[in-house]
Design a protein around this ligand. Structure first.
Ligand SMILES: [Zn+2]
Length: 173
């Protein structure tokens, strides 16, 4: 397993629409393993392949409580079949926006169809944190970021801070 570098906003690749995976093969399984390792290293709840620069429809999530054993999930070609009409506010972060958090409104429950790491079709229903996390990651596959759910003003503030942090980092280097 390899920890891969994570793209951070405003990297243009994060706005790409990712391509469906034709075949769940060894290359995809290695990608999924690397993504999990990279996500755990960054203390994230989820990661999409495009965040490590691979424009393929693959995501990993793990929303286990800090004291519980890990519950890694690997989803290839995930598709949200149903969103509950009930919605909730959840404070989201993103490994591509280090240190930024904002309240985003999403469906409280979703039903998701995907291929597992063996290429078998699966369907799950998820609620609350897992549902939010799945919606966030599937958004990434369509080039949509959590800040795109915010008002223009809030998004502007975050993106300006990101650009500033980036310039400061460049000066330090
Ligand atoms: Zn994200």
């Amino acid at each position: 397993m390899t920890i891969r570098p994570i793209l951070t906003a405003p990297d243009k690749r994060l706005k790409l629409r990712s391509n469906p995976v034709d075949k769940v093969d060894e290359e995809i399984r290695t990608l999924l393993e690397d993504m999990l390792e990279t996500m755990y290293q960054g203390d994230g709840l989820g990661l999409a392949a495009i965040q490590v620069g691979v424009p393929k429809r693959a995501i990993v999530v793990d929303v286990h409580a800090p004291d519980d054993p890990p519950t890694p999930m690997k989803l290839v070609n995930p598709e949200i079949l149903w969103f509950s009409s009930e919605r909730m506010l959840y404070e989201e972060g993103c490994l591509s926006f280090p240190d930024f958090f904002a309240d985003v409104e999403r469906a409280t429950e979703v039903r998701v169809r995907y291929l597992d790491e063996n290429g078998a079709a699966q369907e799950i229903e998820a609620a609350e944190t897992l549902a939010v996390c799945l919606q966030h990651e599937v958004d990434h596959l369509d080039g949509k970021l959590f800040v795109d759910h915010l008002s223009l003003v809030k998004r502007g503030i975050i993106l300006r801070k990101m650009a500033k942090a980036r310039r400061a980092q460049a000066q330090d280097a």
